[in-house]
Design a protein. Structure first.
Length: 344
C-alpha cells in the first residue's frame, strides 16, 4: 500500500498549548500526503501506511539517554539509572491506538474480544473484574467506546495480535515499543520527571492525569483502603486538564518529539519482560529485555493514566501486569521498524 506522509518539523521551542490539536485536525493533516516512507525519513516526519485503518506514525531519530531514576526512594521500581544508546531510527504512534482503529482490526480478523475487564464498580467505587466489560463498554470514565478515545480493556496478547495484523496489512513490521524506546520518546530530550519539567502541577496543558477534575469527579477508585468519598485526599496535580476520565487522543500539547499523551490518558503495553530493579542483563542498545516464558510472568506498562497519581505518571515509572490482564486504563501505542533509517 502507498504510504501517506506529512512532513512536519517539530521543535520544542514552537510547540505549546496553542498547538494542541484535536483528533479531527490530526486526521486532516494525514490527507495532505507528499512523499513515501519507503526510504530514509527525517526526524519528526509524520506518516501513515494506509488511510483510515493505520495509525499515524512519527519518525524518531537515534540517540542516547539515561533511563530510569534513583531507586533509593521507597517504592520506586525504576532503578538503577543506566545509559542507553539507541543506534537506529524507528517510528512510534503519534497517539495511542483508538477505539475506531481497534474496532476495524476486530471486524477484519474476527479476533475474540477480551471480556471480564477490570473496571470501577459504580456502586462501591472499587476496582473489580466486571464480567461483561470490554473495549466497547469499558466502564466509568473510559467513555463507552467513543471512536477517538484510546482503546482499553485489551491484554498484552491482544496488543500482539493487533500489531501482527497491522504488519500483514501494510507489509511493514509493526510491534510494541520496547521500554527503552518508549522512555526515550516520552522524555523527548528531557531529564526531568515529566517531558515538560519537574512539576506535575504544570502538566494539565500536556497530559490527562489525576488532577482537580478527576479528584472531584467521583471516578476515583479505592486506593490503599481509602474509603469512597475521600478521593480528593489522594495525591493529584493541582490544576485542571478538563477531563475527569479518558480524553480523546491528541487533546493536549505534544512533547518535543511530536507525540501525544505519552504521559497519562491510558497505560501503554511494551514488549519487555518486567524485572525490578533493572537487572544487570538489561539491554543498553534500546532492545527489549526478554526472558523464557517461565521467567516472564509480567510485561511492563508505561505512561500512567487519567486516574494515576502524578508519581506514577513520571516518565521513568514502570508498571507491570500479566499478559492476559485487561483493565479499563490499559491500552497501547504501536512502534514500527524503519529499515532505511532516520538521520540524527
Amino acid at each position: 500500500m502507498n504510504t501517506i506522509i506529512t512532513q512536519q518539523r517539530l521543535c520544542a521551542g514552537v510547540i505549546g498549548v496553542a498547538l494542541v490539536m484535536t483528533a479531527a485536525t490530526v486526521s486532516q493533516q494525514t490527507a495532505h500526503a507528499e512523499t513515501k516512507a519507503d526510504g530514509v525519513v527525517a526526524p519528526g516526519t509524520v506518516f501513515a501506511d494506509c488511510e483510515d485503518v493505520c495509525p499515524q506514525m512519527v519518525a524518531i531519530a537515534p540517540g542516547g539517554f539515561v533511563m530510569g531514576a534513583d531507586a533509593g526512594e521507597e517504592g520506586r521500581p525504576e532503578g538503577a539509572p543506566h545509559r542507553v544508546e539507541i543506534g537506529y531510527g524507528f517510528a512510534l504512534g503519534r497517539t495511542e491506538v483508538t477505539n475506531a482503529q481497534y474496532a476495524r482490526f476486530v471486524a477484519a480478523t474476527g479476533h475474540p474480544v477480551s471480556t471480564g475487564c477490570r473496571s470501577i464498580d459504580a456502586a462501591s467505587g472499587k476496582v473489580e473484574k466486571m464480567p461483561e466489560a470490554d473495549f466497547r463498554h469499558p466502564g466509568p470514565g473510559a467513555g463507552e467506546g467513543a471512536p477517538q478515545l484510546p482503546v482499553v480493556c485489551i491484554s498484552w496478547t491482544d496488543a500482539q495480535a493487533y500489531v501482527a495484523w497491522l504488519s500483514e496489512t501494510t507489509g511493514h513490521h509493526y510491534r510494541l515499543p520496547t521500554e527503552a524506546e518508549w522512555e526515550y520518546a516520552a522524555r523527548a530530550g528531557s531529564s526531568a520527571d515529566y517531558s515538560w519539567g519537574s512539576s506535575a502541577d504544570a502538566g494539565c496543558a500536556h497530559a490527562n492525569m489525576l488532577d482537580e477534575d478527576g479528584a472531584q469527579g467521583g471516578m476515583i477508585p479505592v486506593f490503599g483502603g481509602q474509603a469512597k468519598g475521600e478521593a480528593p485526599a489522594i495525591p493529584h496535580a493541582r490544576c485542571r486538564d478538563g477531563h475527569a476520565g479518558a480524553a480523546p487522543v491528541a487533546s493536549y500539547a505534544p512533547n518535543a518529539f511530536g507525540l501525544y499523551d505519552m504521559i497519562g490518558n491510558v497505560w501503554e503495553w511494551t514488549q519487555d519482560c518486567y524485572a525490578a530493579p533493572y537487572p544487570q542483563a538489561v539491554p543498553s542498545d534500546g532492545s527489549a529485555y526478554v526472558a523464557p516464558a517461565t521467567q516472564c510472568p509480567l510485561r511492563a506498562v508505561r505512561g500512567g493514566s487519567w486516574i494515576s497519581t502524578p508519581f506514577r505518571n513520571r516518565v521513568s515509572w514502570r508498571g507491570r501486569d500479566p499478559v492476559d490482564q485487561v483493565t479499563w486504563i490499559f491500552g497501547l501505542r504501536v512502534a514500527r521498524d524503519l529499515p532505511e533509517g532516520v538521520p540524527q
